[in-house]
Design a protein. Structure first.
Lengths: 230, 230
DNA sequence: TGAAAATCATGATTTGGATCAGGCTTTATG
DNA sequence: CATAAAGCCTGATCCAAATCATGATTTTCA
């Protein structure tokens, strides 16, 4: 039996552009009713509970999707270029966002009218199945993260995140990390102090190299093993 | 600002019978293609990764939905009578279950053919929206649980579960608990020993009363406060 | 460009719960 | 019905990671 390795990785690899399923006509309609907005690092894109008049498509940038209760915050997922935000509100009569979202770096958003989306769901069945699939894959992803954050210890969770950043976000073993230690801590469910200590140790053990904001993954295999053993 | 109290409660209050949206004709078709199965306490109903030929409707009983990696197990949600199991696989070309499920108590399942379900999604738009809504509410629920299990301490998590059992599962402040301490521990993310100690303390503080398998919630308000303050 | 704020880093201390070990009680089962 | 197995309970010990405290460094922006 192979052992499932649930990861606290936050990024869905599934390409997430359901609009390919639309007819040319529908796509044009969509374009006409779409507007673009730019957010700069740290800006709030949407707030849990607020009215979701639009679904957001991330054209460029990196977005953090999270819950918070005033004291603590839980990052549910991060959305890179090509991801959607707010889709899970489409079935509500009065759609409100189920989570908050913030720009990690400067970000460009395409706002897609929610009522148009609903209409498209009515008339295009392929589009429907695509949306259902996005919602499902999304849950699966978050559930995996759920498992990781509750059952692995910090060592493994941090390894998860580093692998996730290298493999899925920056797609290179070598990248400039825009995130602070605090933000890394939020992602891996620990305090900034612990992040710092563990990163240092990873470096001493030759798993990664850091200098300033530049990160390099040196030993993928060992990192993976740490991710697996928790 | 009101403070959101995410709960590790595992039960969705949303009524979850999407088949009400079907026409009489469609319902009949569904009935013809449906079979019933009984599971007894502890039996595995489905296994993560196995082929999902059917969606399961829980007619009677109580089901645990969980992930496990061979060592640890994470309860995602519990499904009472009237809940669905495996719906999130409906969009997959070759549907497989995304999680495992087990009967907490003797349980009756109605198996609904997956391909028929897909066909119904094609022809009935109200049904589609219902399915999307079930998937979304479900995520919201699990995300709340995610927050609670990662950010509250055991005190609050156990309070959550007790309230959940009273309010949503047994719908009474007084109930026979079929679950073992170990199972309660899985639900609230702690060891059986800790569950026992905390239950004892709850009892000493007059929040609950226990005798054998009978549980009584005595002080709702205090329990809620504990749930809120973590 | 210079002061305030945020971030990074490190050490010392504390702590919530896990783990371990043992005995007692209820429930299965040959 | 006996005995094994599972579940319940309590106490002692341990440990991962949070918290607290304090500087050094970098970033921000008035």
């Amino acid at each position: 039996m192979t052992r499932e390795n649930y990861s606290s990785c936050t990024i869905n690899t599934r390409p997430c552009f359901p609009f390919g399923k639309l007819t040319a006509e529908e796509q044009q309609l969509l374009d006409e009713r779409t507007s673009r907005i730019r957010y700069s690092r740290g800006e709030l894109i949407c707030k849990a509970g607020s009215f979701a008049s639009h679904v957001m498509y991330v054209e460029k940038g990196l977005v953090k999707v999270f819950l918070d209760n005033g004291n603590d915050s839980l990052v549910l997922k991060i959305i890179p270029e090509g991801g959607l935000l707010g889709l899970s509100s489409v079935s509500m009569e009065t759609p409100v966002f189920h989570y908050s979202a913030m720009a990690y770096i400067d970000t460009e958003i395409k706002q897609i009218d929610m009522s148009l989306l609903k209409q498209l769901l009515k008339q295009n069945h392929d589009f429907v199945m695509e949306v259902i699939d996005i919602l499902s894959t999304n849950s699966v992803q978050i559930n995996g993260r759920f498992f990781s954050l509750t059952h692995k210890q910090s060592y493994g969770r941090l390894a998860d995140i580093i692998l996730c950043l290298a493999d899925r976000v920056f797609k290179s073993s070598d990248f400039e990390l825009a995130l602070s230690r605090k933000e890394l801590g939020e992602l891996s469910g620990m305090t900034p102090e612990t992040v710092i200590r563990m990163l240092k140790q990873f470096q001493e053990e030759g798993l990664i190299r850091m200098s300033g904001k530049t990160f390099t993954v040196v030993d993928y295999d060992k990192l993976r093993r740490i991710s697996e053993t928790g």
